[in-house]
Design a protein around this ligand. Sequence first.
Ligand code: GLU
Length: 281
Amino acid sequence: MTTTRFAPSPTGLLHLGHAYSALHAASFADRATGGRFLVRLEDIDITRCRPEFEAAIEEDLAWLGLEWERPVRRQTDHMDDYRAALDRLEAMGLLYKCFHSRKELDEALSAPHNRPMMGPDGPAVTDTDTLMPEDERARREAAGEAYAMRLRMAEAVRVAGPLTWRDRGHGEQVGRPEVFGDVVLARKDVATSYHLAVTVDDALQGVSLVTRGEDLFQASHVHRLLQALLDLPVPEYAHHPLLVDPDTGRRFAKRDRSLTLQALRESGVSAAEVRRRVGFS
Ligand code: GLU
């Protein structure tokens, strides 16, 4: 029995690319044979997420004819789950506090001897704590300044050992999370991160097949590492290509307001037509 999920961030209205992604996830769940299809609201980006987009997402998915299990999991309702995972990694000695602002980090890393390799999420920084004088770190800590929690990647990879998983489109994978550097697992403004929340949620929700866009293919390396460190089950993965607008040759994005499902619906396009346009008639 397959459990899949569609995990949008409520930072805007859904567009055709989301319709494709959601229909894709639901098609793999095969509810006829007892499969489960879940929707998860990934709302940890508190400055950009809006309740009205949450409501619109559910309205659009229902309009498309999708059915999903309730209740919908909203990430900010489950901060304790992410805290527990962080505590566990901290007890393993795998986390450290990073007090740098983005600007300070950029400055520290501009020195030629510090310049990191580029990773999938940006510069693959390591041991950022060593880039700040000890007394300055202590001062900021004593002053209660905000910090991010980073994973000590080299040590984490050593503890986890070899990592493998299966991606339906790309076959057997071998983990190389080190290309990300010391990923942030808890941000300064919210005590989790995309990588941590998604991994913990997929495990807690019993997701057996993670379906999502190909832009997140590399992220699976970090997720697989976290599964190993936290003793979580390893799902299968299926990354779909990102849908391109035939008129512009560009990916659909939240900025293309005319192509939101709401705008299409209001202009009289039927759900069947939307399904057909994204290949799910
Ligand atoms: N929340 C992510 C997005 O909207 C998807 C994350 C995932 O499916 O792992 O792009």
